[in-house]
Write a protein that binds this ligand. Structure first.
Ligand code: FES
Length: 79
């Protein structure tokens, strides 16, 4: 799936850059240009960064704390 339409950057490439150490939207922009033109994809880039931190933590509670702040559906499902 293409995440950044301006630079034709896929979710796979974004995840690869996150795995290689990108920790901020700015890091991703430097790595592949994503988010550096119209900015329309920056929320999704930020969400992918949060999700990667939750997955790295390996607990659902981490996901609820981190992802719920950005995802209303998860926030309403959190205990
Ligand atoms: S869609 Fe990513 S910068 Fe425009």
């Amino acid at each position: 799936m293409i995440v950044c339409l301006c630079h034709v950057v896929s979710d796979r490439l974004i995840r690869a850059h996150i795995s290689e150490g990108a920790r901020t939207v700015e890091d991703l922009g430097e790595a592949c240009g994503a988010g550096t033109s119209c900015g329309g994809c920056q929320d999704q880039l930020a969400q992918m960064l949060v999700e990667s931190k939750c997955h790295a933590a390996g607990t659902k509670s981490a996901c609820r704390e981190g992802c719920a702040a950005r995802t209303p559906q998860l926030a309403s499902a959190a205990p």
